[in-house]
Design a binder for this molecule. Structure first.
Ligand SMILES: [Zn+2]
Length: 351
């Protein structure tokens, strides 16, 4: 089993632990066996650092989305917009929870505010937490909350989740589906991209629709990044990126974190975790063939999506590395995939 530290592009563990009755701090710092990720299983799996999302669920019991199915087997799922005040209050609550978590384990966890912190996590004991906003409903159109969020540790944001908001239109879920649905970034969305560039905050293209993607590609001066996406050529999920989009990302010097979500990896649009791990490798292979190894990384979506049995939680990450090694991946290529490409892109983005 190759022992290579992994920097992973996306998880929803903070939401699971602090919103979805996931046991809070004690469960995260222990070996909870609940969900996909806690500290014990992260260490077992070689997870050295990861993008931890602040994802705000719909208020009360409102479902995050409603699914429409058509007789031919296709489906779409459109999450409703959420209110700024709700998102802002929940974000503050989650940030306070995160502070409590960091205070409870100062030796074991490190909030990564710069590349040195990430390097410390990659080479040392603390697990690195890179704080990410998955959808920016907590930010007003005039961006007044942005600097406060950065001061509290946010180093990455996706302007939208799969919802519309004041910055743009998130791509609704769907299969089979193009992602060319709806308008691009609003003026506030374009201002957000400029503001992130000025403040050296990473902008995540995951969940943006096609026109929003093109707007970021045109405006942003940083390498383009999709933290957790699959390949549309292999699975026609609206959330996956076309080969043309992959080439735009590669040309910018950026990267794509390969998503582990079975629904986006399978080719049939089914929500079925009965999928061999080789299917994930097929997406990684396609990313490499289309973009080059230096633009491919991992973006699991642990605690935010269904995984296959061979990747049932973070402790199974070595299964993927072993499979890649058996298929001829060299140590150098694995290192690029596991953290090297992320380090390069974060260095270019954050400094
Ligand atoms: Zn996501």
């Amino acid at each position: 089993m190759p022992a290579i530290p992994i920097l992973d592009g996306h998880n929803d563990t903070l939401t699971r632990v602090f919103v979805d009755d996931g046991g809070g701090i004690e469960a995260f710092l222990g070996d909870s066996k609940v969900g996909h990720l806690d500290l014990t299983r992260a260490r077992r799996g070689g997870l050295a650092a990861g993008f931890f999302a602040l994802f705000i669920r719909s208020k009360d019991s409102t479902p995050d989305s409603e699914t429409d199915r058509d007789p031919s087997g296709g489906w779409t799922s459109t999450p409703p917009a959420i209110a700024h005040d709700w998102a802002a209050a929940e974000t503050t609550r989650l940030l306070d929870c995160l502070d409590d978590l960091l205070d409870a384990a100062p030796e074991d966890l490190l909030l990564c505010r710069n590349l040195d912190d990430v390097q410390t996590a990659i080479t040392g004991k603390p697990m690195g937490i890179i704080l990410h906003l998955e959808g920016c409903e907590m930010i007003s159109p005039d961006l007044r909350e942005l600097d406060m969020l950065i001061s509290r540790g946010v180093r990455s944001l996706g302007p939208v989740w799969s919802r519309p908001n004041c910055f743009g239109t998130g791509i609704r879920f769907g299969w089979p589906s193009s992602n060319d649905i709806g308008p691009g970034l609003t003026e506030a969305g374009k201002s957000l991209v400029h503001a992130c560039n000025e403040r050296h905050v990473l902008i995540d293209l995951s969940h943006l629709n096609y026109r929003g993607f093109l707007d970021v590609a045109e405006i942003s001066t940083a390498p383009l990044v999709a933290t957790h996406c699959g390949c549309h050529a292999l699975a026609e999920s609206a959330r996956n990126l076309t080969d043309a989009q992959l080439r735009i990302i590669a040309d910018s010097g950026g990267l794509v974190g390969c998503n582990f979500f079975t629904g986006d990896l399978r080719g049939d649009g089914k929500f079925d975790s009965d999928m061999p791990l080789t299917r994930m490798v097929e997406h990684i292979d396609h990313l490499v063939a289309t973009m080059g190894i230096e633009h491919v990384a991992l973006g699991s979506d642990f605690d935010g999506a269904d995984m296959c049995e061979e990747m049932r939680d973070v402790s199974c990450l070595p299964n993927l590395l072993t499979m890649l090694e058996e298929r001829g991946w060299t140590g150098e290529s694995l290192q690029q995939l596991c953290h090297g490409n992320w380090i390069r892109v974060l260095d270019a983005t954050w400094s």
